[in-house]
Design a protein around this ligand. Structure first.
Ligand SMILES: [Zn+2]
Length: 92
């Protein structure tokens, strides 16, 4: 699953992509190759009865993306974590 959101990268302004992998839910900027992801084991709190609160999850990922992604500098494998999500740069 992968789709483009209306939310924009704070660095380049490109639209962000949300994608789901086997282990993570990721919010990424395809231009900057920067991403913020949450381990699926931590997403239980977005389950509300029979529904999954995608909007809440996307908002939380986006807040982390905006807050922490600009702190990433040039070195290749920089990672920064907070309790909610990891931000990192894809190595091309
Ligand atoms: Zn970007």
């Amino acid at each position: 699953m992968m789709f483009r959101l209306d939310k924009r990268c704070p660095i380049c302004g490109d639209r962000l992509i949300l994608r789901e992998t086997r282990k993570y839910i990721e919010l990424m900027c395809p231009a900057c190759m920067l991403a913020c992801r949450m381990d699926k084991r931590n997403v239980k709190k977005y389950i509300r009865g029979n529904t999954f609160d995608w909007v809440g999850l996307i908002e939380d990922l986006y807040l982390a993306f905006r807050k922490y992604v600009p702190l990433l500098t040039k070195p290749r494998r920089v990672r920064k974590s907070n309790k909610r999500a990891d931000v990192f740069k894809y190595v091309r």
